[in-house]
Each structure stands twice: as structure tokens, then as C-alpha cells.
Ligand binder design. Structure first.
Ligand SMILES: Nc1ncnc2c1ncn2[C@@H]1O[C@H](COP(=O)(O)OP(=O)(O)OP(=O)(O)O)[C@@H](O)[C@H]1O
Ligand SMILES: [Mg+2]
Length: 743
């Protein structure tokens, strides 16, 4: 089936054909035959790289151009959301009936907002969490949505991400019963079951445009499922590196999946020793430029330094601990073919298109704290393997697992390479997860009666797969809790949320966290200090990951807790009566000190070293910390704790910027981060008016501040820049590069 023959607007055909696509792939053809372009609900389950997105694009454009419709595109991860947003952008030149161009928006951020500005867009790309929060705010434009695309819908099976996706889909089916639903899935055994739940037709097809050869490497021999095999050169002791080098020498790029962040860094380091020496001079120069860009964006830490160093040698690592700017640079450098070997954690396993001719799966086991090692699912394996051999980049792909013994090779062949993906199972019925969703169902008016709540949850995938009574018991227990904590009220048959309940739901925090804030603000510590609030948020279930004290830290932490006993919002558990609770408390205190160090301007490296936290975890703690402080402020306002509001506003902002109070006026300026603000402050430029009167020359003379930034500062503070001075300075190019990015 040719693109030209499709019943879609000519303008869309033009864009697609121009991008090099002229013929539909077989799964795409089946989707069209099943009525995808006529508004039929559909679950399309097909292998990685089989072009599921194009079907979503065709449907979306048809909705926008022919029906004046609106499209919501749901993705599980921010990185994928931005890739899809970029893909939709290529249609943004097309004009609609009204004469206006198609507009594409993306929203993945802040959860306490209804984002009315999104109303302007025809196609909106979001993460599942963001969509959930928008539904909680009852955003008006949700009603206008005529097509919902759910990408990577097999993640219903994922304990972390599944429940939110499930609730979002159930809610959208309730609010927009007439909207078309298009769910894109990996091939799973029970796609029909998901389809029945979604009242959709289902297509499952095993077809991939690019051959993906899957196999296992043992020592120096790679063996594929089709019987093919090859030997690799034993250049180093590390067979993973030898394998990846085999690919690089033949002109390809390799993506290595490691189980942990630490391993991803280790693998990249080892790879750099062998990749570095074989790079051409022009490529090296180009890599040096990328390395410099990495060093001048974001805070300079040991992590960014080691990343830059690796990039110089044509290798890199990629994990959630990298800042967004660094991650993007690495993805781009790999896409451009500059980075030859990329070692990543599984965050790069979903949906993305990368030029990896070879994928190496370094660890098929994953470590879960408190649980130990467990083997990944076939579904996860398929997602990782499927990053290799993407149509836009390669004619063939190879994916290899690593075995150490013959037994292990047989096991891996059997359990992954030749295995079929599992069934997917709903993970919704866990009390901790359901709590927030039950409250939101009431607070955002998805149900008005107890029966209405049961009815809503009886339409979830969980209820479809299991006995609905099982979930009823959990919900009844949650309702009792919400009632006792005054988040909901009953009046006859009706149930409604109190102001408190509604605010908790909008703030997107666990109801238990809401109770912690309310009680802490009421009972207060005898002595209020920063640590009072920081420990309060560390105590909340939303604060994640929890930190455990190392045994060598226990004495020091116990001492600190003792010293600050009067500053905690809750009683310190008795060390002798309840050792477990006491150590948990020490862990929370540690987390509070980590956050406290951040807002006292301790460097990231300093914190990482002292507390032994992973850099990625530190970012996550800071972001969550800011969010929970903001939520605390909102709850404080609700309960009339006016005296605490300035305190909480200030802490929230300090958490976001990582500064002491005195730097706040400076870091509010664009281009000024914590490091530059400290430099300014230390030279006596402490206020906006100091900056206003300071000569431009003085600003430029400071470390990390170049002419462009100096001018930008002056413009922001309302200072006057003389043409003559500016010209003189502009010629001083030397510091410019460092100054361009926020430090
Ligand atoms: N009919 C086609 N002809 C040529 N190329 C195509 C066609 N359809 C899609 N492609 C290209 O195939 C690549 C893979 O498509 P896409 O990302 O949609 O795969 P997918 O099925 O969503 O895979 P995954 O499960 O990994 O997310 C894209 O680069 C896309 O541009
Ligand atoms: Mg996809």
C-alpha cells in the first residue's frame, strides 16, 4: 500500500514522502485495514522498529485537518516525549481549514497546574504522569480531545509506570467516550486482552523492517539464533569491549546496556581505551568540541568532567543521573555518529531511534534493594535488543547477550533469544499506589458516590483481568483512611472531597504525605529551623529514594539527631525500644542533611563524596524536595499558618537553586546560577542595585563572566550600557565561551 493511495490530506502525503517514506510497512497496512483512519479504536502490537509511530501520525493529522480535532499523545518517559514532539514538528508547516498552521505542544513539567495554554495546540505530547495531573485539575481542553495515542502501552505491566497509565486511560474512556483510542504496544501474549479492555480491535504482527539478529556471546564467539556465528578478536580481557570494538572496526556503532549507572560508567571507561586510538583526526577535533560543550553547560562536577573526557575518546555513558542538557548532547553525538560506543542504563530502552547497529546486553540481571538480583523479563530484553537496527540508520541489526559459561549461554538462548514475551498484568491494586488515585477520583469529580468509585475502578484493566472484589477491599480500606483524615466527607449516598483532600489531589502527592504535613505544622517542633522542614519532607512516602545510613555513619548521625532533637517536627523513636524505627529516622535525618548541604552551597561533588549518594539520586532528591516544600507551603496556606509561609517560600526557592538565602536576588537573574552568584556576592556585588551601579568592566573581569553575560545582567537590572564600552568589550572574546551557559 502506497502513501499516495491513502485517504489522508495531500499536504500530509507530501511531508511523509519528502521524509523518504513511500510505502506502508505490513503492520501499518493492517492498521489502516482495521479502520485506524476511520476512527476505530485499535491496539497495534508489533515488534520494535516496525513503524508504529507513523500510524499515530496519520491518525493525528487526519483528526486535526479533517475533523478539527485535538490529539493527546501519551508517552512513558520525558526523553521519548521530546523525540515524538520533534517528529510531529515536521508537520507544523501544514495549514488547517481555518488557515492557521498545525501547532504541536509538549508538556512534561510541573504537576500542580492545569496548563490552560495547552488549549492552543492541536497535538499535545505529554508523559503519563503529566496527563494524570492534568486530569486531576480537570483541565478544560481535555474534553476537546478526539484522539488519544498511548505509546508503549505494554508498560501497563510495569510496577512503577503501569498504574498511572492504566488510570489515565480509564479516566479518558470515561471523560471522552467518543474519542478514538490508539494504543501502541510491543508484541505481548495478551494484546487482545488489553484491546478488549479498551474496546478496541487488536492487531498483532511479527514483522520487522530491518533484520535483527539476536544471539549470545561466549568468550570470543557470537552465536545467533539462526545458526550464524562469528569470532571476535581478543584484543582485551573484556569480551563486551571486544564485541563492541568488532562493530566499531566495521564502521558501525554499538550501544551497551548496563544494569546500573555505575556499570555504565565503568564500561564506557574501559571502552574508551580501545576506541580512542583508532579515531581520525577530524573526528577527534569534532569530539573535542562536544566535550567542551559538556564542560560549559550545567554545573561542572566530576561526573561531567569524566563524561567530557570519555567523549574525547569517542565513548560515553548515559543514565538518569546526568542532567538533561548533558543527556541531550550525548544522544545527539551518538546520533551524529561521533560517539562510537555508548554505555547506557535501561532508560534508553524505550521507543527511541538511534543508529546502533549492535546492542550488547551486559547484565540480564537487575538489582533491587531489599530484594536482591532478579532476571529481567523477556519484554524488557526485547525492548533493549530492539534499539539495534533502526530503519532510518541501518540495514541490519545485531543484539547480543553475554554468557560466561556454556550453561549460561544455553540458558540465555532459551530464556531470552528464543523466548516469547510474557503476558502483561495490571499492577494497580497496591494500597500505596491506589490511595492517590482513589482520592483523585473523588476530588476531580470522576465519581460522586461510593458505588461510583467502585464502578470507576471496575473499569480498569486490573478489574478486567482479576476479580473486581479484590480491589474493592483495598478501596474500602482507603476510603476509611481518607475519611478519618478528613480528606473526604459523606452526605447520604454522596461522597465529596474536603478542601484539604482536593488540594492534596491537585498537588499530586500521596495522601499520607498530606497528613504528615498537616500534623507537623500543627504540632510543630519546639524550635523551628531549616532542618525541621527538611526532615518533615524526608519523612514523606513521596520522598524517594530513601537513604540508609551506612554503619560507619550511625554514630555521627545519632549525635546530630541528639543535638537537633528539639528541631524535629516529630518525636525521635526510642533507640532501645524500637531499633528499626530509630534507624529509619537516622536515614531520614541523613536525607535532610543531604538537602541541607545543597542549600548551604556545598558542591555537588562534596555532597556525593560525603554522603555517598549517587549523583542521579541527588538530582532526584533535590527535585522531589522542591516539590514537597512547595506542597507544604500550599498546605500551610490552606490551614492558615501564615507565619510559616515566608519560610517555606524561601526554602522552596533555595532548594530549586541550591543557595543560601543571601544569594536569592542574584540567582533570580537569567544566566546566573549558584556558582556565579557566589562569585558576584564575594566581590561585594550583593544586590540588584550593586549590579546596577557596577561598571561593566568590573563584571567582565570576574571569573566565569564574559561580555555577553555582563551585558545580559545589565539589561536585566536596568543598568545602562554605553555603546562605546560595549564595543570595547565585545572584542574581548576570550571568556565568552564559558559565559554563554548558565553556571
Ligand atoms: N513505511 C515506512 N517506510 C520507511 N520507514 C519507515 C516507515 N514507517 C516508519 N519508518 C521509520 O521506521 C523507524 C522506526 O519507527 P518507529 O519509531 O515508529 O518504530 P516503533 O514501532 O514505534 O518501534 P519501538 O517499539 O521501538 O518504539 C522510524 O525512523 C520511522 O521513520
Ligand atoms: Mg515506538
Amino acid at each position: 500500500m502506497r502513501i499516495e493511495e491513502l485517504s489522508i490530506p495531500e499536504s500530509v502525503k507530501e511531508v511523509i514522502i519528502k521524509s523518504g517514506i513511500t510505502e506502508l510497512y505490513p503492520p501499518q497496512k493492517e492498521a489502516v485495514k482495521a479502520g485506524a483512519l476511520e476512527g476505530k479504536n485499535l491496539v497495534l502490537a508489533s515488534p520494535t522498529a516496525s513503524g508504529k509511530t507513523l500510524i499515530a501520525e496519520l491518525c493525528a493529522l487526519k483528526h486535526v485537518l479533517e475533523e478539527d480535532g485535538k490529539v493527546l499523545y501519551l508517552t512513558p518517559l520525558r526523553a521519548l516525549a521530546s523525540e515524538k514532539y520533534q517528529e510531529f514538528k515536521k508537520y507544523a508547516m501544514i495549514r488547517k481549514k481555518s488557515g492557521r498552521r498545525i501547532s504541536v505542544g509538549i508538556s512534561t513539567g510541573d504537576y500542580d497546574r492545569s496548563d490552560p495554554w495547552l488549549e492552543r495546540y492541536d497535538i499535545i505530547v505529554t508523559t503519563n504522569e503529566k496527563a494524570d495531573s492534568l486530569l486531576r485539575h480537570r483541565t478544560r481542553w481535555i474534553n476537546a480531545i478526539s484522539l488519544v495515542v498511548a505509546d508503549e502501552v505494554h508498560l501497563l505491566n510495569d510496577a512503577d509506570r503501569g498504574p498511572t497509565l492504566e488510570v489515565v486511560l480509564a479516566r479518558l474512556m470515561q471523560t471522552n467516550p467518543d474519542a478514538q483510542l490508539l494504543a501502541l504496544s510491543a508484541t505481548v501474549r495478551n494484546a487482545e486482552e488489553a484491546a478488549e479492555w479498551l474496546k478496541a480491535a487488536s492487531i498483532t504482527m511479527e514483522w520487522r523492517p530491518v533484520v535483527l539478529k539476536e544471539g549470545v556471546l561466549l568468550h570470543d564467539e557470537a552465536q545467533f539464533r539462526d545458526g550464524d556465528a562469528f569470532k571476535i578478536k581478543k584484543a582485551t580481557k573484556d569480551s563486551v569491549i571486544n564485541l563492541a570494538m568488532h562493530m566499531v572496526r566495521s564502521g558501525g556503532q554499538a550501544l551497551i546496556f548496563a544494569g546500573t549507572r555505575k556499570n555504565s560508567v565503568g564500561v564506557a571507561k574501559r571502552a574508551s581505551l580501545t576506541v580512542g586510538p583508532i579515531l581520525s583526526k577530524p573526528l577527534k577535533r569534532s569530539l573535542t568540541r562536544v566535550a567542551e560543550q559538556i564542560l560549559t553547560s550545567g554545573e561542572r562536577t566530576r561526573i561531567s568532567e569524566s563524561l567530557a573526557e570519555l567523549v574525547r575518546h569517542g565513548t560515553a555513558f548515559h543514565h538518569a543521573g546526568l542532567g538533561g542538557a548533558h543527556r541531550k548532547r550525548i544522544e545527539d553525538a551518538f546520533r551524529d555518529g561521533k560517539v562510537k560506543i555508548l554505555a547506557a542504563t535501561p532508560t534508553l530502552a524505550f521507543g527511541v531511534n538511534l543508529p546502533a547497529r549492535m546492542v550488547v546486553i551486559h547484565d540480564y540481571r537487575r538489582y533491587e534493594p531489599g530484594y536482591g538480583y532478579y532476571p529481567i523479563t523477556v519484554l524488557e530484553y526485547k525492548q533493549m535488543a530492539g534499539r539495534a537496527g533502526r530503519p532510518r540508520y541501518d540495514k541490519i541489526g545485531e543484539a547480543l547477550l553475554i554468557a560466561k559459561t556454556e550453561d549460561e549461554r544455553d540458558y540465555l538462548m532459551e530464556s531470552y533469544v528464543l523466548a516469547k514475551p510474557e503476558r502483561i498484568w495490571s499492577k494497580l491494586a497496591v494500597e500505596r499506589i491506589l490511595r492517590g488515585h482513589v482520592l483523585a477520583t473523588i476530588a476531580a469529580d470522576f465519581a460522586h458516590t461510593e458505588q461510583g468509585i467502585y464502578d470507576f475502578f471496575s473499569k480498569t484493566f486490573y478489574a478486567y483481568q482479576y476479580d473486581p472484589h479484590a480491589i474493592k477491599d483495598v478501596i474500602a480500606k482507603i476510603l476509611k483512611f481518607l475519611y478519618e483524615e478528613a480528606m473526604i466527607k459523606f452526605s447520604g449516598d454522596d461522597v465529596y472531597a474536603t478542601k484539604f483532600g482536593r488540594r492534596i489531589s491537585e498537588l499530586y502527592i500521596d495522601p499520607v504525605s498530606g497528613v504528615i504535613i498537616r500534623d507537623a505544622l500543627l504540632n510543630r517542633a519546639p524550635l523551628l529551623a531549616d532542618i525541621s522542614f527538611l526532615h518533615m519532607i524526608a519523612h514523606m512516602p513521596d520522598m524517594y529514594p530513601k537513604l540508609r545510613p551506612y554503619s560507619r555513619e550511625i554514630d555521627e548521625l545519632a549525635l546530630l539527631v541528639e543535638e537537633h532533637r528539639d528541631e524535629f517536627m516529630m518525636d525521635v523513636p526510642n533507640e532501645w525500644a524500637d531499633r528499626i524505627a530509630y534507624e529509619e529516622f537516622l536515614g531520614e535525618a541523613k536525607l535532610a542533611w543531604v538537602l541541607g548541604s545543597w542549600i548551604k552551597e556545598i558542591t555537588e561533588d562534596g555532597i556525593i563524596e560525603k554522603f555517598r549518594v549517587q549523583p542521579g539520586d541527588l538530582y532526584r532528591l533535590i527535585a522531589t524536595g522542591r516539590w514537597l516544600l512547595y506542597a507544604s507551603h500550599e498546605i500551610a496556606a490552606l490551614f492558615g499558618h501564615k507565619d510559616l509561609l515566608p519560610n517555606l517560600t524561601e526554602l522552596t526557592e533555595r532548594m530549586q537553586k541550591g543557595v543560601k538565602k543571601e544569594l536569592l536576588p542574584l540567582v533570580r537573574l537569567e544566566g546566573i546560577g549558584r556558582v556565579r552568584a557566589r562569585i558576584l556576592h564575594n566581590t561585594g556585588l550583593k544586590t540588584i542595585s550593586d549590579l546596577k551601579t557596577a561598571p561593566l568592566e568590573k563584571l567582565v573581569g570576574l571569573p566565569l563572566i564574559g561580555p555577553k553575560l555582563a551585558k545580559k545582567i545589565k539589561e536585566q537590572v536596568g543598568g545602562f550600557v554605553k555603546q562605546k564600552d560595549w564595543k570595547k568589550l565585545k572584542s574581548k572574546k576570550s571568556l565568552e565561551q564559558q559565559a554563554l551557559t548558565k553556571y
